[in-house]
Design a protein around this ligand. Structure first.
Ligand code: ADP
Length: 261
């Protein structure tokens, strides 16, 4: 296997939206895999106690002895939990249900907001991209992601109430930006689960584009059943259905993410 070298700076993106079911894990897994296939070195950090990105990449959570929880709270080194070469160019820092305890346990810790940044900072220069799949809340784990990230990728589902809660997320971003992470900003807004046959999806897409303007990625992720099936096979969409429109859209997104930098 040829050794790839990381040229330039590591970019750390949090995939974030405190609403559940908007396509965060699907985007984390498939964007990470697509970036890897396009020759980038990528680390995906699963910061969601549900561990959907972990199982979606074929890792059996029951067989993992240490996960990102142990890095945040037990002084385990992140290098010691990373599962390398999940797919081409892609490493994973997995999550297990243990991570659910972190939300409470972090409260009494010193420098509780900086735990993830301190550990991920050491990996700068080793990867082109580090993606963080965030939990569906604005608790301490998400704050850790906001402090550790350079920029945010915000998936928005093309359904009713798409923008509900976004103001709250932007408030959290601004608070962390002013106190702990001055260069934090939105990298891109991603429209997900777009069904072009419905008027609603079109309305939501144009509402989101009106609100966020150029911050919205041109690439739109279509609603397709293949994207919801791939996780149960433990492989990204580019392997499960390489010729389909789900794979195409995440490959396009990866190109757009690279270009935007
Ligand atoms: P989140 O991480 O925000 O909770 P998920 O990525 O887990 O959201 O997606 C929620 C559900 O929707 C999952 O069952 C997932 O398989 C499905 N899903 C996500 N994106 C798509 C899509 N583009 N088309 C069809 N189903 C999708």
């Amino acid at each position: 296997k040829p050794v790839k070298h990381v040229i330039g700076q590591t970019k750390i993106f949090a995939i974030i939206n405190q609403k559940g079911g908007v396509g965060k894990s699907t985007t984390a897994v498939n964007l990470a895999a697509a970036l890897g296939e396009q020759g980038k070195q990528v680390l995906l950090i699963d910061l969601d106690p549900q561990g959907n990105a972990t199982s979606g990449l074929g890792i059996n959570k029951a067989e993992i002895s240490h996960c990102i929880y142990d890095v945040l709270l037990n002084d385990v080194q992140i290098e010691d939990i990373i599962v390398p070469d999940i797919t081409e160019g892609l490493d994973l820092a997995p999550a297990t249900i243990n991570l659910a305890g972190a939300e409470v346990e972090l409260v009494s810790e010193m420098a509780r907001e900086n735990r993830l940044r301190d550990t991920v900072g050491r990996l700068r220069g080793k990867y082109d991209y580090i993606l963080i799949d965030c939990p569906p809340s604005l608790g301490l784990l998400t704050v850790n992601a906001l402090v550790a990230a350079d920029k945010l990728i915000i998936p928005i589902q093309c359904e009713f109430y798409a923008l509900e809660g976004v103001t709250k997320l932007l408030d959290s971003m601004k608070r962390v930006k002013s106190r702990l992470n001055p260069s934090l900003d939105i990298y891109g807004i991603l429209l997900t689960m777009y069904d072009g046959r419905t008027t609603l999806a079109k309305q939501v897409a144009s509402e989101v584009r009106n609100f966020f303007g150029k911050q919205v990625f041109e690439t739109v992720i279509p609603r397709t059943v293949k994207l919801s099936e791939a996780p149960s096979y433990g492989i990204p969409i580019t392997q499960y259905d390489p010729a389909g429109k789900g794979a195409q859209s995440y490959s396009d997104l990866a190109k757009e993410v690279v270009k935007r930098g």
